[in-house]
Design a protein around this ligand. Structure first.
Ligand SMILES: CC(C)(COP(=O)(O)OP(=O)(O)OC[C@H]1O[C@@H](n2cnc3c(N)ncnc32)[C@H](O)[C@@H]1OP(=O)(O)O)[C@@H](O)C(=O)NCCC(=O)NCCS
Length: 196
């Protein structure tokens, strides 16, 4: 697993270029007011089951905490605009939990979440040595369920998957590297990788 470098990935699709990168601390600080706005938007907050609003400083702390515990955090950009963030957390030797946010409501439902999630899973399976990625979703989060089904996730009620459920009612899914690569080979061939 590559731990010392900050990773970045790009996927140019028709006129749209999706960029995901591991930010420096300074970049997190710079973007934290926008991220706080995205996290605190009422729909996003309920879909992510966030019980408390976050200040920009708390967003910076959240990134610091995730990274100190081995998590890999990414900012998501297109056309020079910060669109959201995503991370792989609770990293085991070959597994992790995934989370993603496309922040502005007006940017949601346009294929960006699926595009960024495809890019980041390609990166994780290729660069982070992961074999399995898990997600836990509240039943009301239909967009996430559709997005993860399209990525190739399947329902998983094993103890390893249920460990990520915060509520009994949460739905848990997993995706293994072989299934992802078989399904998205063409897309992965269009992506570019870099370190920063
Ligand atoms: C979930 C999220 C990342 C999806 O990204 P997105 O850019 O909005 O979704 P996409 O446009 O890529 O669409 C993915 C699928 O979700 C569906 N979808 C998107 N928004 C939807 C909505 N509001 N209701 C129902 N389905 C929706 C799309 O139709 C598509 O499925 P389809 O192709 O089978 O029709 C984004 O909506 C988001 O950040 N939501 C708030 C935070 C959140 O829920 N994070 C995930 C926590 S696990």
């Amino acid at each position: 697993m590559r731990t010392e470098e900050r990773l970045a990935a790009t996927w140019r699709r028709a006129t749209l270029e999706l960029v995901a990168f591991e930010p420096t601390h300074e970049e997190v600080v710079r973007f934290s007011p926008t991220l706080a706005e995205y996290y605190n938007e009422p729909h996003n907050r309920s879909m992510m089951a966030n019980t408390v609003a976050m200040t920009a400083d708390e967003v910076v702390e959240h990134f610091d905490l995730l990274r100190r515990s081995g998590g890999r955090c990414f900012l998501l950009e297109s056309g020079g605009e910060l669109l959201g963030d995503a991370d792989f957390r609770h990293l085991g030797v070959t597994s992790a939990e995934f989370a993603i946010l496309v922040g502005r409501r007006s940017a949601q439902g346009k294929g960006l979440g699926l595009g960024f999630a495809t890019l980041l899973h390609a990166l994780a399976f290729r660069e982070l040595g992961l074999e399995t990625v898990f997600v836990a979703i509240i039943p009301a989060n239909v967009a996430s369920q559709r997005l993860f089904a399209k990525l190739g996730y399947v329902p998983d009620d094993s103890p390893a998957a249920r460990a990520f459920a915060e509520e009994e009612s949460d739905l848990t899914f997993s995706l293994c590297r072989a299934a992802f690569e078989a399904r998205h080979a063409e897309a992965v061939a269009e992506m570019k990788w870099a370190t920063r």
